[in-house]
Structure formats: C-alpha cells, structure tokens
Design a protein around this ligand. Structure first.
Ligand code: CO8
Length: 257
C-alpha cells in the first residue's frame, strides 16, 4: 500500500497511516486504501480488534491541505463525502476499533480518531479541529461527532477557536479514554485490546450496534433494540458458554457463534 502499513498479529489488525514526512495527512488514496483494508479485516475471522496509529511523530495532521488548491465546489464535496463515508464505515465497523494517538491528531486526523470506538493517547499528543484557521470547517464528521462526545460548549470552543488541546485536557472532557506515557503507549493499548479480545466477538458486535443506533434514535427505540437483542443473545453459543463458565468457575472460551 502506498499510504499505509498494515499488520495482522495476535487477533489485531493494525493500520499505520504511513506518510510520516507529511504528518500522515489524509489524501484520496489513503481514504481508498483504508476502506479496502477494512473490508479485508471485516471478513477475516482471525481479526477481532482494529488499531489505527501513525508512523513517525504524528497520528495524523488532517486532510492533505496541498490538494485543497485544486478543489472546487464539486470536487471538495466529493472528497468530503468520500471521507465521511469512510468515517461512517469505521464508526459502524463490526469489530471494536481503537485510535492509538501518538502525537498530533488534528482536523481529519482527530475526526478519524473520533470515528473509532476508543482513543488512547500518549501524553505529548495535541488534539484539535483547526480547520477554521484555513477558512473552512471540519468535513469528515467532526461537527457532529465532537458535539456528541464532549457536549456543545466545549465542541464549539474547539471548532470555533481552532485552538489545540493537550491529551490530558482531552481526557478530562471525555474525548480521550486514556492518556499514557509516550513509552508505554503501545503496551497500554495492547492491554486495553486484550480485554476486548477475551470477550465474545459476536456479542461485542451486537452490543456496539445497539449502543450506536440507539444513540441516534429516540430512547424508546434504543430500549426496544436492547430488549430484542437481549432475547436474540440467548440463541447464541457464546451466551451458553459464558453462563456455563461462570457457574463452573472457569474462564469462558468464546467462539463468536
Ligand atoms: N496537509 C498537508 N501537509 C501537511 C499537513 C496537512 N494537513 N500537516 C503537516 N503537513 C506537512 C507540512 O507541510 C510539512 O511538509 P514539508 O516538510 O514538505 O514542508 C510537514 O508535514 C511537516 O509539518 P511542519 O513542518 O508544519 O511540522 P511542525 O511540527 O512545525 O508543525 C503542525 C506541526 C502544527 C501539525 C502543522 O504541520 C500544522 O499546523 N499542520 C496543519 C494542521 C491542520 O490545519 N489540519 C487540518 C487540515 S484540514 C482538514 O483536516 C479537513 C478535514 C475535512 C476535509 C473535508 C474535505 C473537503
């Protein structure tokens, strides 16, 4: 791949954004390559968790600004739409996703991280949606996802001032799940991923779906999805395995069935 490095290891699909000399700025090629590797990870039963991270000193400094010069209304709309579709795909991905933030996560880079289920950041990371400084605004879902994550006042401050915030501030406002030292970033992310790897991939996937769709629906619909899904879970082998393991004081071995 031209813009990514990819690795499959111990149940984890790693996606490294790999344009380090451009701080992993996202171009159309990268959007297409992420989409294609995710399709592969989705059907690979060995992969149970996906981790995004960046090569070099940044997670991702946003969309590639150098390509903006050629954009007009039609092509900008198309680029934003393609990016948005990718972020939606990541958000709805069947398997848990983690953004391992190793430095700057700005603009489209933070939007990519926000589309993931979890964000673990090294303490030196800087986060922001600085698009307003370029005379534009976030276009990969940031205007909607940041509000849902941190609430309107903070989201408006971050987007309308364009100011960057530190990772610990991100954790304080609920944008980041966990801040760790630079040296322990990978180890801590793997520890977090290990908790997910122990669970039933099937039940995790159903749970993720109910949380996401419920969050976008009136509460009565979300609650209905929850109870319907709860009934469905009792037809799975993993439910039988989990309950049997508890009653027999052993560790469950979930198969995703
Ligand atoms: N796009 C293209 N190139 C970039 C980007 C970027 N977003 N960010 C950094 N680079 C390049 C620099 O131009 C530089 O390249 P070169 O060495 O060839 O000059 C290289 O990466 C290293 O960057 P710096 O020298 O600037 O590194 P510093 O450590 O001095 O600064 C910063 C790091 C603070 C991260 C700085 O690079 C910066 O401010 N970058 C831009 C951040 C930004 O504004 N991001 C938002 C981009 S817009 C966006 O994401 C919109 C998403 C939705 C799009 C919808 C479609 C229309």
């Amino acid at each position: 791949m031209e813009t990514l490095d990819v690795k499959k290891e111990n149940g984890i699909g790693w996606i490294y954004l790999n344009r380090p000399d451009k701080l992993n700025a996202i171009n159309l090629k990268m959007i297409n390559e992420i989409d294609s590797i995710l399709k592969d990870f989705e059907t690979d039963n060995e992969i149970r968790v996906v981790i995004f991270t960046g090569k070099g000193k940044a997670f991702c400094a946003g969309a590639d600004i150098s390509q903006f010069k050629e954009l007009n209304t039609m092509t900008a709309w198309n680029f934003a739409r393609k990016g948005r579709e990718l972020m939606d795909y990541i958000e709805r991905f069947m398997k848990p996703t983690i953004a391992m933030i190793n430095g700057y996560a700005l603009g489209g880079g933070l939007e990519l991280a926000m589309a993931c289920d979890f964000r673990i950041a090294s303490e030196d990371s800087m986060l922001g949606l600085p698009e307003i400084n370029l005379g534009i605004y976030p276009g990969f879902g940031g205007t909607q996802r940041l509000v849902r994550l941190v609430g309107k006042p903070k989201a408006m401050e971050i987007m309308m001032t364009g100011d960057r915030i530190r990772a610990d501030e991100g954790e304080r406002i609920g944008l980041i799940n966990k801040v760790v030292t630079k040296e322990s970033l990978e180890e801590e992310t793997l520890k977090f991923a290990a908790k997910l790897l122990e669970k039933s991939p099937l039940i995790l996937s159903i749970l993720k779906n109910i949380i996401l769709y419920g969050n976008d629906s009136p509460i009565v619909d979300g609650l209905n999805m929850e109870s319907l899904g709860w009934g469905y879970v009792f037809s799975t082998e993993d439910e039988k395995e989990g309950v049997d393991a508890f009653l027999n004081k052993r560790k469950p071995n979930f198969k995703g069935k």
